[in-house]
Design a binder for this molecule. Sequence first.
Ligand code: ADP
Ligand code: NA
Length: 330
Amino acid sequence: PARPRVFSGIQPTADSFHLGNYLGAVRHWVALQDSHDAFYCVVDLHAITAGHDPKVLKQRSRVAAAQLLAVGIDPERSTLFVQSQVAEHSQLAWVLGCITGFGEASRMTQFKDKAQKQGSERASVGLFTYPVLMAADILLYQADAVPVGEDQRQHLELSRDLAQRFNTTFGPTFTVPAPHIVKDTAKITDLQDPTSKMSKSSSSPAGIIDLLDDPARSAKKIRSAVTDTGREIVFDAVGKPGIANLLSIYSALSGRGIDDLVAAYDGKGYGDLKKDLAEVVREALTPIQERTRTYLDDPAQLDKLLAQGAEKARVVAAATLRATYDRIGF
Ligand code: ADP
Ligand code: NA
């Protein structure tokens, strides 16, 4: 039987992925290649919904793709591409937008949060319809599974509703995608504000470890990570969120269990933990950084690889769009 299909996308909205993106999302994408027919997309159409700089967008898309390749996305086994190179995403999004209720879209909490932050008069219609485009991304590839974090659950629910609604109204066309929940996904928090998640929109750059941070820089951030006034190294996400976060990162990057780490650091100090974690981070990130640089050093080759990915994606996307158009009378 054919392997189940998985789709996931990531926005090129920063100069590097951070450790939260890697441990919470992208690393699982790599593992899913063993069991799934994977479509992975750098979603640059989504990246223009809240304002952007044209001069940096293309390079950020390249960096995102280079990092995905560097962590182990294999373009031979998986389809890796840039969203704007496959026009069918926008085309299907229009159709899906026409079966989405205005009230239904208005209930998306992420839009409400982001629009409030921007000032609701300034928030774009694109930001409002972002979840419809996301549904198109997923449904175009007839994805069976979509790895999602908590923040995207409501959007995936909309994708499922739209697939079912279309199928019921016009005839079976789309696979209804299921959420792929990754067990033991480390929730990585901000080093300076350990009760908030590590995020590119964090207020302090010292709170985020970028995948491309050199070892001295990441070591410095880990050294100055906010902890607590205690001295015991135990895992307590509520009482000791800073230490819990350092242990989570350590465990995720080294493969050692939290209990094993807690036992190993019994009687040792926060400084010891931070020093060793800096080394673990260096060991994990150095090869990724070297491979990322290799891809970025040859942009023509990288662009060619992405063009081939888009070609592969388009074959599937065009077939789905054609079937959709047939259903609705185009
Ligand atoms: P950001 O929060 O920096 O804007 P995105 O929203 O672009 O990151 O997230 C891209 C992917 O990385 C999503 O799948 C998201 O769930 C995951 N992710 C982001 N931050 C974290 C984090 N701190 N811990 C775990 N996963 C995260
Ligand atoms: Na986010």
